[in-house]
Design a protein around this ligand. Structure first.
Ligand SMILES: [Zn+2]
Length: 499
């Protein structure tokens, strides 16, 4: 073939071809429709030594662009998933398609919920805004049909479109960085419905309040409260814990109560799961005219009572990680993973966080940015017509998330009574605390990123009230820190401020 002139890349595939006669038979996808014509052209068939006339050739099947699609550039990069931000892919040989009818036209991302062999998640249908031969614009996906999972995460993406012979043609792969993913919801199948963005609303005058079931162990309450405080230190979203227990026998999606409840391992999708935030289906719709917001009316923290073992080594870090991760979901973050962080296991919102042993997994900047993005967008999403009276969440007072120490008097084994001076200026701190029993405690001071600034192990404490002087607390940067006391069973945490 000497030259080939695609007149259009449309799926109909009309092309104008100039062919060297001796190569004609090598074009498998072309065939002569009519050998009887002689008035337009002829070709020489060397096998018979005859000239045959013809006027047209027919395409035996649709011809798509002959070269594989190629991505030159994507922008912006990084880009979050689920926020509706538009990713633009520029390149060539994408073809010209209607993305609502072309089911093979899609952009493939790594699946942030990589379980059961589902390695990929796709943007197609209404995820695609425009699709031309040289440019595709799309929303990075963060929801599957009827649910809130399957977020795109950082890694390699590629373009896929129909190819010849019913095949799918794939492009080169390029790196994309998705720092965080926001939970989304899609209400109908096949990606032909829009993705609805989800919002948090002001459930109580103080923000969003958790209630403990009476069966939640005191040590777990301390960890949960600490996790709430750590999140509050990084976001504008006010979470708090009710002072009094309620009796909840099971997490209940429709009771309007945000619960922390112990549940048998058999109620978890994985027996090994430590905890789960249950929010799927816990959204109420407001809005109208095709413009809807779904706001979270109920969030339940299920704790796997079969997996909870406060005598296990490193259980504090393990459960702190679990609570921070699940509270990430409660802030409407989806799973995500940032490969630029050397140890992926230290990333808070990965799908399978697994046992982290002694590693404390802090809230990453991207996690906090994601949660604050939800905070900022919630007011906008609840401001649409039809959502009147549904108040968006309000920022918590600076330095006070409204957390209430819900440890009742009758179950107190130990508690921090005071840390002084507060705020502190020098390198010494006085710690007053109560322990029911004598024993050894470790003292740790760390910042909101989990970086440790002070550690003293095996501190002897007496039964009753103890007064302990900590010297050489080498903290030079002013800000919010946390002091933690633990004996392997109990973990106590208090916030301190360095001037
Ligand atoms: Zn998770």
């Amino acid at each position: 073939m000497s030259s080939l002139y695609p007149l259009t890349n449309l799926a109909e595939g009309f092309i104008h071809v100039v062919l060297d006669i001796e190569n004609l038979y090598q074009l498998a996808s072309l065939s002569f429709e009519d050998f009887s014509m002689a008035n337009e052209s002829t070709f020489y068939n060397p096998s018979t030594g005859q000239y045959i006339g013809f006027d047209k050739i027919a395409v035996s099947e649709p011809i798509y662009p002959f070269l594989a699609p190629h991505i030159d550039m994507i922008a912006p990069n990084p880009i979050p998933a689920g926020t509706g931000d538009i990713l633009t892919i520029t390149g060539n040989q994408f073809g010209n398609f209607d993305p609502l009818t072309c089911t093979q036209c899609r952009v493939r991302f790594p699946n942030g919920d990589q379980t059961a062999g589902q390695d990929w998640v796709y943007a197609f249908g209404k995820d695609i805004v425009t699709w031309t031969d040289t440019e595709i614009t799309l929303k990075v996906p963060s929801a599957t049909e009827g649910g809130v999972n399957k977020p795109a995460m950082s890694g390699k993406i590629r373009v896929e479109r129909p190819g010849n012979g019913g095949n799918v043609e794939t492009s080169n792969q390029v790196d994309i960085h998705i720092p965080y993913s926001v939970l989304n919801n899609r209400t109908s199948s096949a990606h032909l419905s829009s993705i609805f963005r989800l919002a948090l609303w002001r459930q109580t005058a103080d923000g969003i309040r958790y209630e403990y079931d009476e069966d939640v162990p005191v040590n777990l309450r301390n960890i949960f409260k600490n996790s709430v405080d750590l999140w509050c230190a990084r976001t504008n979203i006010a979470w708090n814990i009710a002072a009094n227990d309620i009796v909840i026998s099971t997490e209940n999606g429709s009771d309007g109560i945000n619960s922390v409840v112990m549940m048998p391992g058999s109620t978890f999708s994985s027996q090994a799961a430590l905890a789960a935030v249950v929010i799927t289906g816990h959204f109420t719709q407001c809005g109208g005219g095709g413009n809807f917001t779904f706001y979270l009316n109920d969030v339940d923290m299920k704790v796997n009572e079969d997996a909870y073992d406060p005598f296990e080594a490193n259980w504090q870090q393990k459960w702190s990680n679990a609570m921070l991760h699940e509270l990430g979901h409660a802030h409407l973050l989806n799973h995500s993973k940032n490969p630029s962080i050397p140890s992926a296991e230290e990333y808070l919102m990965i799908a399978d966080q697994g046992p982290f042993g002694s590693v404390f997994m802090p809230i990453q900047d991207d996690d906090a940015t994601g949660a604050n993005t939800v905070f900022a967008s919630s007011a906008v999403l609840l401001g649409i017509a039809g959502c009147e009276g549904i108040d968006p969440i309000i920022p918590h007072p600076t330095g006070n998330c409204g957390g209430i120490d819900a440890v009742g008097e009758e179950v107190v084994n130990a508690s921090i009574l005071s840390v002084s001076p507060s705020p502190f200026l020098g390198h010494a701190l006085n710690l007053e605390f109560y322990s029911k029993n004598q024993g050894e405690f470790d003292v740790t001071i760390f910042n909101q990123f989990g970086e440790i600034f002070y550690r003293e192990k095996g501190l002897q404490v007496a039964s009753g009230e103890n007064s302990i002087q900590l010297t050489n607390v080498e903290i030079d940067v002013s800000g919010i820190y946390f002091i933690s006391l633990s004996n392997g069973v109990i973990i106590l945490t208090s916030k301190i401020i360095k001037l």
